[in-house]
Design a protein around this ligand. Structure first.
Ligand code: WTA
Length: 695
């Protein structure tokens, strides 16, 4: 008797096999063993022992909680929210929402009028509960032997000193602060320090170029920028402060001047003497921040006050400032972290993401710390000094939960099992994946080799916009299928719709939408609510549209198939084709550019750029390099095209629209699937393009 609010209502016959059907010896035992995890059988069943100790030990328990979460969202989330500290309880109306543009402005509010602080809940609350001496952050540097750790009490002291400093230089509630730091402990410290005083942080991934950083500074007009002098990535040294200097010059040319640039001296990499300095604006962190008191009063904020801005790529135009608020985000990241990783206080948790992306916000910083977890922060590259580094770290810190991206799994898989099996890894009990669909062969390698066939994999589907996990396995709760994110999290009502926006029931494929709001949802795009509505709520009216395609199988499991818009997912990083195109055409010798994604063995997708040149300019190796350099300069090295395909012309319709469908086929060499080319203004260009494919 499944009801409408049932995630399994699409299931014709419950083909999910009962739990613990295999023979179990101990927690890490192989359940039904490799046989189940092999290509022929797509169900991987958790061990009875794992399920027994899991927070949600059975699918029946999940269904009971899930039903409650969608039938009484206010009650479900209020109960959880009550476990956190609120200076003042939220109002009568727990949630106010309108996702339907036809009914007026899109609006989402959770716990409105509740007064709280996420830094207080992450640190002070855990210390008051007696966990002050527990390690909050372990830090592992780029090179072997560089490490550190901070207890909750020590972390709070560092956060408070920085909060006091920021207040002293005039940063107040509601002011933006840009953070451009590598994965030093100072990065989560800076985020928490902003949150403590009600400032809005905007972390910019330290791989973005000066141009990109400037663009973000101009958009959010920060009171201060926090950075460090230099960072080492593998064998390379990168001077971050030079990049910030360049960005600050650019933004001041646009009339935005930032008064303070707080710079952490990363002396393991570079001494301060080597850093260019602007007296008055630039301040060394180490000279100033430690002088401030180790306690700092909390700025109590409304649940709907902004917590942070994070810029992300869309299919058109400039990056969007995704805005998250405090209360709902806090409750949602804490809850998703707890359940999707089956978190227990004894766990040691490591997420390889950088805080420059949403994963580092929700699942390096806030989600784990709100749960009082011990978190490993890793600054380096996962293949430095060699491909065994991750497992060296796992053994060193006795990591129990390891959360990473398919691109890393694939690259380590390619390097061979030897690097993995050399290490014990016996502390591991839960694995996680995020950023793009994980292909079944990478899933199986992760499961069988890394996890010794004993650790469930939480393949978490979510987005910068969603704040936290949306579709994810709960470890030990139900069987997994390699490559499927499985079932929705509590409170999430996914809908698969067709091109007309009609919801499809049962086994199907289509566009992945969400029907109702959830506490972690973003509230707007900074300074552009109209774009928020147009991009996410107008395509399929009444729904939040994710931009992803998916299918749902006979068991009700979701299978994400990737973006359906012009966003490319390279190594789990979202890159808008329009941004890369705009960088290419800003090259004086480039006339036109069209960028598409192609399958890439390790990165998931690679960037394939078609370019036409200004009349009379010959294509050369030198020009190819300088086009790529243009993208590195304007966006960052991670967005550099893998392939530049020079062409005399691009396939266009008679109205001048570039036919990307054809370009995608040419890029992926699916030449027999070009489809109808008769509507092209000049069908001849297709043959020319194909002929030039290999040049
Ligand atoms: C993709 C990262 C399949 C998806 C958290 C989404 C995934 C985009 C998964 C968001 C997954 C993320 N399976 N696809 N487990 N996780 N994606 O905003 O296309 O950087 O729309 O957030 O990554 O990327 P974003």
């Amino acid at each position: 008797n499944l009801t409408v609010s049932d995630p399994l209502r699409h299931v014709d016959s419950m083909s999910l096999i009962p739990y613990g059907a295999g023979k179990i010896d101990h927690l890490n035992a192989v359940v039904l063993g490799e046989a189940l995890a092999s290509e022929d059988n797509d169900l991987v069943v958790p061990s009875e022992e794992f399920s027994r100790q899991a927070l949600v030990p059975s699918i029946e328990k999940y269904l009971e909680m899930y039903r409650r979460s969608v039938e009484d969202p206010a009650g479900f989330w209020s109960e959880i929210a009550s476990e956190f500290y609120w200076k003042k309880k939220w109002g009568e109306q727990v949630v106010t929402e309108n996702l339907d543009v036809k009914k007026g402005t899109v609006k989402i509010e959770w716990f409105k009028s509740g007064v709280t602080n996420i830094c207080y809940n992450s640190l002070d609350r855990n210390i008051e509960a007696g966990n002050g001496d527990k390690i909050a952050l372990y830090w592992e540097g780029n090179d072997l032997g560089q490490d550190g750790a901070l207890t909750y009490t020590e972390l709070l002291a560092k956060v408070c000193q920085l909060s006091n400093y920021l207040k002293d230089v005039g940063v107040a509630k509601g002011d933006a602060v840009i953070i451009y730091l590598p994965m030093l402990m100072e990065l989560p410290i800076a985020m928490l320090a902003c949150a403590r005083i009600g400032a809005v942080h905007s972390v910019v991934f330290a791989g973005f170029s000066a141009d990109s950083l400037a663009q973000r500074i101009i958009d959010c007009k920060p009171k201060a920028v926090i950075t460090c002098n230099a960072v080492r990535r593998g064998p390379k040294v990168i001077n971050l402060k030079d990049i910030v200097d360049a960005a600050l010059i650019q933004s001041s040319n646009e009339g935005i001047s930032v008064g303070v640039c707080l710079t952490y001296e990363n002396e393991l990499v570079m001494k301060r003497e080597a850093t260019k300095w602007k007296t008055g604006r630039d301040i060394w962190w180490q000279d100033t921040v430690p002088k401030y008191p180790k306690t700092c009063e909390v700025e109590w904020v409304d649940a709907e006050d902004p917590l942070f801005l994070l810029y992300t790529s869309g299919s058109t135009g400039k990056p969007k400032g995704v805005l998250h608020t405090t209360g709902g985000y806090m409750i949602y990241t804490a809850t998703t972290f707890k359940y999707a990783f089956d978190y227990k206080p004894s766990d040691i948790y490591w997420c390889t993401a950088d805080c420059g992306w949403i994963t580092g916000h929700s699942y390096v910083t806030y989600g784990p710390l709100l749960n009082g977890a011990s978190v490993v922060v890793f600054e380096g590259a996962p293949n430095h000094p060699d491909s065994g580094r991750c497992w060296d770290i796992v053994d060193k810190y006795k990591v129990t939960i390891f959360y990473t991206a398919p691109t890393l799994v694939r690259s380590l898989m390619r390097d061979g099992n030897e690097f993995v099996t050399r290490y014990s890894r016996k502390s591991l009990r839960v694995l996680g994946s995020v950023g793009e669909p994980i292909n079944p062969s990478a899933w199986r390698w992760f499961y069988n080799v890394v996890g010794d066939s004993g650790c469930p994999i939480s393949d978490t589907w979510w987005q910068t916009e969603t704040g936290g996990f949306m579709i994810t396995p709960l470890p030990g709760t139900w069987p997994q299928k390699p490559g499927s994110a499985t079932l929705p999290f509590f409170g999430i009502q996914p809908a698969v719709v067709d091109e007309k926006g009609i919801e499809i029931e049962g086994e199907c494929s289509g566009y992945l939408c969400v029907k109702k709001s959830w506490p972690g949802a973003f509230r707007t795009l900074y300074g552009d609510h109209e774009r928020y509505e147009t991009t996410y709520f107008k395509t399929f009216s009444g729904f939040y549209f994710s931009g992803d395609g998916c299918s749902r199988d006979k068991d009700g499991y979701y299978w994400l198939t990737g973006r359906v818009d012009d966003v490319i997912n390279v190594s789990g990083h979202r890159i808008g084709t329009a941004e890369v195109e705009s960088a290419l055409v800003s090259h004086p010798q480039c006339a036109e550019a069209a960028v598409v994604g192609v399958e890439h063995e390790v990165k998931g997708q690679g960037i394939y750029a078609f370019v036409t040149l200004v009349e009379g300019v010959p294509y050369s190796e030198e020009l190819r390099k300088s086009l790529i350099l243009m993208v590195r300069k304007q966006i960052g090295a991670f967005a550099a095209p893998d392939k530049i395909h020079w062409a005399p012309g691009l396939p266009k319709t008679r109205s001048g629209k570039i036919m990307r469908r054809i370009l995608r086929k040419i890029a992926s060499r699916q030449l027999d699937e070009l489809g109808d080319t008769s509507t092209l203004a000049d069908p001849g260009v297709v043959d020319q393009l194909i002929a030039l494919s290999d040049s």
